[in-house]
Every structure is written in structure tokens, then in C-alpha cells.
Design a protein around this ligand. Structure first.
Ligand SMILES: NC(=O)c1ccc[n+]([C@@H]2O[C@H](COP(=O)([O-])OP(=O)(O)OC[C@H]3O[C@@H](n4cnc5c(N)ncnc54)[C@H](OP(=O)(O)O)[C@@H]3O)[C@@H](O)[C@H]2O)c1
Length: 333
């Protein structure tokens, strides 16, 4: 059975507390002059928490921002424009639980000739139990891993993220350091819907981050055989005071809200290392990097297992073809 790092949210939060005090060795490298001038940035899940802060901070640094969201259109975009003073902010409908929405979203980007310089895959579900989506897949599996597999493949296939261009586009996966120590990928469970409750949901959250990081590593290898053409990196923001615990049972939620408010970082602060990774020249010609806040690290060693990356890709491809007649992967080579 797939096993995540924690099945108790309070224990997970207290681990985050310890992370808060680690030395942020790369913070000094992030310059006030680092910016997104002339760049187009997509951020998924940009209506709240970290995603909203990322949209605002990106707009403040001069980017054209596309917020891929399933709600709060246009309010969240208006707020980003107001806070950042940048009008170059667009909201586009994207519901990662609906495969048709992922197709519609990428079709619209293509029809509007949008080329993405930076793609930040931030959206995540913190569902507190199994929930079947319209494709029959489980919501946590879909939003936290599989939708990202489909979305990235479509963005590349449709030329919205273009390798071999004048500059290296950047793909950034927002992950969690709790992926470390999760079980290896369980292919009996992979894509299969079954009922589970809150403990397994919390455990799955970190487990799907391990799956996501394994995908990021495989994707990076595929896109960058001889040289870096598309940077594919991953980052954990550390503990952030957001609404991610909205579905946790009431009493635990009360305790967690207090812990979050007192000791977790604000979304704006937590966004800074991600903005650094998204715009600093320090990342030129670098791919498959991982940062935990402003600390450069290796991911769990399972993530770098080439056989595992290949298997994950193949199983994902097989599943996509089963659930979507419009499935199109970037070529295997
Ligand atoms: N908070 C932390 O301590 C922490 C720590 C490590 C990593 N992270 C990661 O940081 C990222 C952002 O999380 P957060 O803490 O900011 O949580 P959050 O406030 O709950 O934000 C999650 C975002 O994802 C969106 N989303 C959820 N399901 C979606 C769907 N089906 N389609 C499209 N968008 C969907 C949400 O939109 P709606 O508003 O429509 O639901 C929301 O905008 C996640 O990847 C999370 O795993 C967070």
C-alpha cells in the first residue's frame, strides 16, 4: 500500500515548525532587481494562499501573469492587479478535476498564441477523503499528480512551452519536503479509485508529492538530453499559513489554525524562494534542482531512480489513454 509520511496533521504541522528555523542559505542571492520583464508566467491554483501570493509577487516584478483557476474569476485577478499595480494579469478557467477543462485551457492558450516563459504548478487539493471525479479518478490523485502530467504534456505538445527557443522556459513544481520517506510508488493503487478516510488522505498528500517529484525528474531527463532546453525544477515553500487545512476535522483544524497563525510563514514570505527560482539568472542552464525554501537539497533518493521514472511515465501514459480519447504525450525517446 502507498504510504505517505504522516497520517496526523498536527504532527505534520509541528515538523513544519522545526523547518522554519533552518538557515536559508540562498536567500542572500535573491536580488531586488531580479524580474519578469517581458515574460509570461502561468500559476495554477492562484486564487488563494501561496498561489495568490505568487501571482501578486510575479506581477510586482513586471510579469504578464496568467492565473489558472476554477473560481474567484474575476475578483482574485482584480485584487492582484490592485495590490501589484500591474494590469497585465489575466484569469483563465482551469479545473484540474476535469480533464476537458485541461484541454479547453490549453486550447485557449494556443489559440491566443501564448508562449509561457514560466509555468508554476502550484494547485493542490487537500481533500479529507476519497472523492470520485467525473473521469472516475480520485481527486487527490488527479489534482496533486495526474492533472499535472496531462497539463504539462499538453502545454509542450501544443507549443505553449517551447524548448529549443531563444531562452529556456522554466517549469516549477510546488511540492513538499514531506515527500521524503514516503513509500515507493504503488502501481496496484495507481489511478484506481477506492474509498478512504482522513488518515489515508493526509498520508496520500505527501505520497503524491513523491509521485510528482518523480515525474519532474523524468520530465527533466526527457526534455534535456544533451543540454538544458527547458528547466524543470521543484520547490517546497516550507510551512505556510494558508487555507490548506480547510477540510481537516473540526478540533484538529482549530489546533492547526493556531499553530499556522503563530509560527507558519505568510504566503508572501513563503513565495520568495519560488520567485527566486522562477526569475533569477542563477538557474540558467540548471534543471532537476530542488529547493526547500531557500535551501538547495536533494530530493528523496527514490525520485532519482531512472527505472521508476520510466515506469511512472509509462503507467501515466497508459492511464491517460484509458480515461481520455484526446490523450497526447510528448514523444518517448
Ligand atoms: N501550506 C503549506 O504549509 C504548504 C507546505 C508545503 C507545500 N505546500 C504546497 O503549496 C501549494 C499551494 O498550497 P496552499 O498552501 O496555498 O493551499 P491553498 O490555499 O489550499 O491553495 C490551493 C490552491 O489550489 C487550488 N485548487 C485546488 N483544487 C483545484 C482544482 N481542482 N483545480 C484548480 N485549482 C485547484 C485552490 O483553488 P480553490 O480556491 O478553487 O479551491 C487554491 O487556489 C500546494 O501545492 C501545496 O501542496 C503548502
Amino acid at each position: 500500500m502507498a504510504e505517505g509520511k504522516f497520517d496526523n496533521p498536527v504532527v505534520a504541522a509541528l515538523t513544519g515548525f522545526y523547518d522554519r528555523f533552518r538557515k536559508q542559505e540562498m536567500a542572500a542571492r535573491f536580488k531586488a532587481s531580479d524580474n519578469f520583464d517581458g515574460k509570461t508566467i502561468l500559476i495554477t491554483g492562484a486564487t488563494s494562499g501561496l498561489g495568490f501570493a505568487l501571482a501578486t509577487e510575479t506581477a510586482k516584478r513586471g510579469g504578464k501573469v496568467i492565473m489558472g483557476c476554477r473560481g474567484k474569476i474575476p475578483e482574485a485577478g482584480n485584487k492582484v492587479r490592485e495590490i501589484s499595480g500591474n494590469d497585465n494579469v489575466e484569469m483563465m478557467y482551469l479545473d484540474l478535476t476535469r480533464i476537458s477543462s485541461i484541454h479547453d485551457f490549453t486550447d485557449t492558450l494556443q489559440q491566443n498564441n501564448i508562449i509561457l516563459d514560466v509555468t508554476i504548478l502550484n494547485a493542490a487539493s487537500a481533500a479529507s477523503r476519497a472523492r470520485k471525479t467525473e473521469s472516475g479518478l480520485d481527486e487527490l490523485f488527479l489534482v496533486n499528480y495526474f492533472a499535472n502530467f496531462m497539463l504539462v504534456n499538453l502545454l509542450i505538445k501544443k507549443g505553449i512551452i517551447k524548448g529549443n527557443g531563444a531562452t529556456q522556459p522554466r517549469i516549477i513544481f510546488i511540492t513538499s519536503d514531506t515527500h521524503r520517506g514516503c513509500s515507493a510508488i504503488d502501481y496496484d493503487e495507481f489511478g484506481r479509485y477506492f474509498d478512504y478516510g482522513v488518515s489515508k488522505a493526509i498520508s496520500n498528500y505527501s505520497y503524491f508529492k513523491l509521485v510528482l517529484n518523480t515525474f519532474a525528474t523524468e520530465l527533466s531527463g526527457r526534455l534535456n538530453k544533451e543540454r538544458v532546453t527547458v528547466q524543470v525544477n521543484a520547490i517546497c515553500p516550507g510551512p505556510v499559513n494558508t487555507n490548506i487545512i480547510r477540510e481537516i476535522p473540526f478540533l484538529a483544524r482549530i489546533a492547526l489554525r493556531a499553530i499556522f497563525a503563530m509560527i507558519f510563514k505568510t504566503p508572501r514570505k513563503a513565495a520568495q524562494p519560488i520567485i527566486y527560482m522562477a526569475c533569477s539568472d542563477d538557474f540558467n542552464d540548471r534543471t532537476n534542482e530542488y529547493m526547500h525554501m531557500f535551501i538547495s537539497k536533494k530530493m528523496d533518493e527514490k525520485v532519482y531512480d531512472a527505472a521508476e521514472g520510466l515506469k511512472l511515465w509509462q503507467e501515466s501514459e497508459k492511464l491517460w489513454k484509458q480515461v481520455d480519447e484526446k490523450a497526447v504525450m510528448i514523444e518517448l525517446n
